[in-house]
Design a protein around this ligand. Structure first.
Ligand code: TRP
Length: 326
């Protein structure tokens, strides 16, 4: 049976953190043998919230390094920048005629961003963010989109646009499904529901053991557990949630020893530092190698972008055909 197509992407906003890994990247890597994969560096999408383009290129390379270091294989999963495939803009324009302003204003992810970033005057392109994202997915006829849960409303819009196009002009697009990871999000070091660079509560994939140790030292635990002998409540502790992810074999013991007061936060944090460090170490080593090999990174992008242009061009030919615009 023919493999289904995965299309997923991230905005290049600098180095990735473990929240990105757990929310999406881990899934991409696990799925790369069973699907036909395409992975997009959504550099135009960065413009919706940041007009300063001076670091976009470098940030895109940093993200590519993290993807490769974490285990994404360019042979199986072509990686490319959105800005290098013009068809994204073309399809976005057509899709922008097939959805109402009202529908886009109801997007909960947009509402969250407006609140979190304190946006007073929304630009037209930001309102249209999911329209460009729909073009990203449907140009490659993506059927499965592994993303974090905040992206699910965008996939719903993608499905609506696929239906609307197919109904108006004839069948061209599939209706893609989101695919969430088992741990869709990781809590921030400060206890915030989301790990996010702008909140400064992250552990980067590129952090050293010393950096991880310092960050965990400040991480929020059970505020009622003041000293070692006090009984703790693992279920409200950020560090415990990291143990669940990075140290699954010891969670029962840690939960018991925390609850009885036998295990203090200092020791628990050191244990956790060790586990996160051994988890990240191979990524860190590979990153170091890639950082000094710019030529390889450029070759990977060139190759991915050539493949992407081929597919995107074919889809646009079908779109124009269906629309009878030659
Ligand atoms: N909106 C996604 C995010 O912020 C990034 C993205 C852009 C994307 N285009 C995409 C994700 C297409 C999946 C598919 O994480």
């Amino acid at each position: 049976m023919e493999k289904k197509v995965i299309l997923s992407g991230m905005r290049p906003t600098g180095r990735l953190h473990v929240g990105h890994y757990v929310g999406a990247l881990e899934n991409w890597i696990a799925l790369q043998n069973d699907y036909r994969n395409y992975h997009l560096i959504a550099d135009y999408h960065v413009l919706t919230t940041n007009l300063d383009t001076s670091s976009i290129y470098q940030d895109s390379l940093e993200m590519l390094i993290d993807w490769l270091a974490a285990g994404l294989d360019p042979e199986k999963s072509p990686m490319f920048r959105q800005s290098q495939v013009k068809e994204h803009c073309e399809l976005q324009l057509i899709f922008s005629m097939l959805i109402t302003v009202n529908r886009l204003e109801r997007n909960p992810t947009l509402k969250d961003q407006i609140r979190d970033l304190e946006i007073e005057n929304l630009v037209y392109g930001h309102l249209g963010y999911p329209v460009l994202q729909s073009a990203d997915i449907l140009l490659y006829k993506g059927q499965v989109v592994p993303v974090g849960e905040d992206q699910v409303p965008h996939i719903e819009i993608t499905r609506e646009l696929a239906r609307r196009f197919n109904h108006t002009y004839g069948q061209v697009f599939p209706e893609p499904e989101p695919l969430l990871t088992k741990t869709p999000r990781l809590i921030g070091l400060d206890g915030n529901a989301k790990m996010s660079k702008s909140l400064g509560n992250t552990i980067f994939l590129s952090d050293t053991k010393e950096e991880i140790k310092l960050k965990l030292r400040k991480a929020v635990t059970d505020t009622q557990k003041l000293r070692k002998g006090d009984p703790g409540r693992p279920e409200v502790c950020v560090v415990f949630s990291y143990h669940q992810k990075f140290n699954p074999d010891e969670v029962l013991e840690i939960s018991r020893d925390c609850s009885t007061g036998k295990l203090g936060c200092v020791d628990c944090k050191l244990k956790c530092t060790g586990k996160i460090d051994s988890f990240l170490k191979p990524i860190y080593e590979k990153r170091k190698e890639l950082e000094t090999n710019n030529a390889l990174l450029i070759e990977i992008l060139n190759d991915g972008e050539t493949k992407a242009r081929g597919i995107a061009g074919d889809t646009m030919a079908q779109v124009r055909d269906a629309m009878k615009i030659g």
